[in-house]
Design a binder for this molecule. Sequence first.
Ligand code: NAD
Length: 505
Amino acid sequence: MTDTLPRTETAVLDHWMNGAPWAGASDRTGQVFNPALGTVQKEVRYATREDVGAVVDAASAAWAQWRDASVAKRQAVLFSFRELLNARKEELAEILTAEHGKVLADARGEIARGMEVVEFACGVGHLTKGAYSENVSTDVDVYTLRQPLGVVGIISPFNFPAMVPLWFFSIALAAGNAVVLKPSEKDPSAANWLAGLLTEAGLPDGVFNVVHGDKEAVDALLEHPDVRAISFVGSTPIAKYVYETATAHGKRVQALGGAKNHMLVLPDADLDLAADAAVNAGFGSAGERCMAISVVLAVDAIADAFVAKVAERMAGLRVGDGTRGCDMGPLITGQHRDKVASYIDVAGSDGATVVVDGREVDVDGDANGFWLGPTLIDNVPTESTVYTDEIFGPVLSVVRVDGYEEGLGIINASRYGNGTAIFTNDGGAARRFQREATVGMIGINVPIPVPVAYHSFGGWKASLFGDAKAYGPHGFDFFTAEKAVTSRWLDPSHGGINLGFPQHD
Ligand code: NAD
């Protein structure tokens, strides 16, 4: 299946500027598929550099007022946005399923995890409080302020078209910034829907804007002198490029990259719990999650039993149209589906064993959808590209290890460090693991350890470029600049000339 199927509809999705759709000047567009049907359902505009410039100008103008909006006013807008989102989340879930393909239950989960961050951002008053030191020198006080940066750019991936933007823009707006969001061109409609809801919630026009497009739009944001910070989420090569380009243009950058998440199963683990977890975390959202488990490191003593339990559970999974109550939907495009499937070909020639082959899946959906069923590959050598590449699809690999040390060594040798999990009933082993694994987010008998909104989300190594993680306290630090004020109110006894470096008395 290719991505150039006949069009069923020619609606074109515009950018969003100053509180309304905006066509811009570009005549370039891209196709947006319904992955469960394999058809093009709309087109989306691809912004030029000039289009991006116009949107940044609008955001800069709006920021001049928004930066002075009181904390109470900003909180009120966010509270109102949260209430509207909660009331209308089913509409958004339907958009996510139609363009991404994830099943409705999963789309609802994505929205719930994004809404958590909106709720957290409502605490902006607490989270941007500074510190105050009285009388550090005679009659001199020092205090710190956290101030918004200005216009910030957010560039998001296809796999969470609502949650990832919500992670960033909720906090950026609460902190008093203006936002330009460049969502994935593969499933862009959620961004406009969220923009409309922000307007309805009372956000002044121009404070939140959306530009659609590809590399040209991204580069324009990375290089624009009035964009102060960039939050990026996507694959590692693009994250690295974004980090290097935007920092070279003087911006503050957080660029979250790809992943290859391992789950270490020790012999004393509850194997049923571990098998459930591997199936849920391996195949949820068709494996298109940056926190998906893609490799199980199974200790030899239990590996056969574990693989049998996983295969047994996989036999019960229903693959099909996300609106029909299935467990797993299609992949994002035909091209991506073909790429993921190519790893199943490679597996055999690399000496691995294909236990369940997703190419043979029965589907409850249209024959033209971008389907690939859950796939289980055992005995994967760590030299195989099945192991080394981020596959980003419903392919779960099993690498057999002789014990904890070998498993930990493999995890720590990985270039990625987003998430990892250990399944064990041994508290000592779990405690060692949380200390020794060189990974940003650790699960102990929890397969997808995405932190709650009041902790921050982010990996290590090639999974995050920059110092700041997403949301939580890091989010407010990232979207504000700290200023230290040293003040003295006039006291005649402190007059006089002194050219020495200030000292305290
Ligand atoms: P992607 O890197 O292809 O695209 C991400 C964004 O970058 C999109 O907005 C896209 O338009 C833009 N982009 C694509 N190519 C570009 C280029 N050459 N120059 C400039 N911009 C470009 O990623 P994707 O396929 O949309 O998303 C999947 C990837 O995102 C996976 O690697 C996944 O692990 C990663 N991801 C990571 C996290 C995390 O938190 N670490 C979360 C979600 C997804």
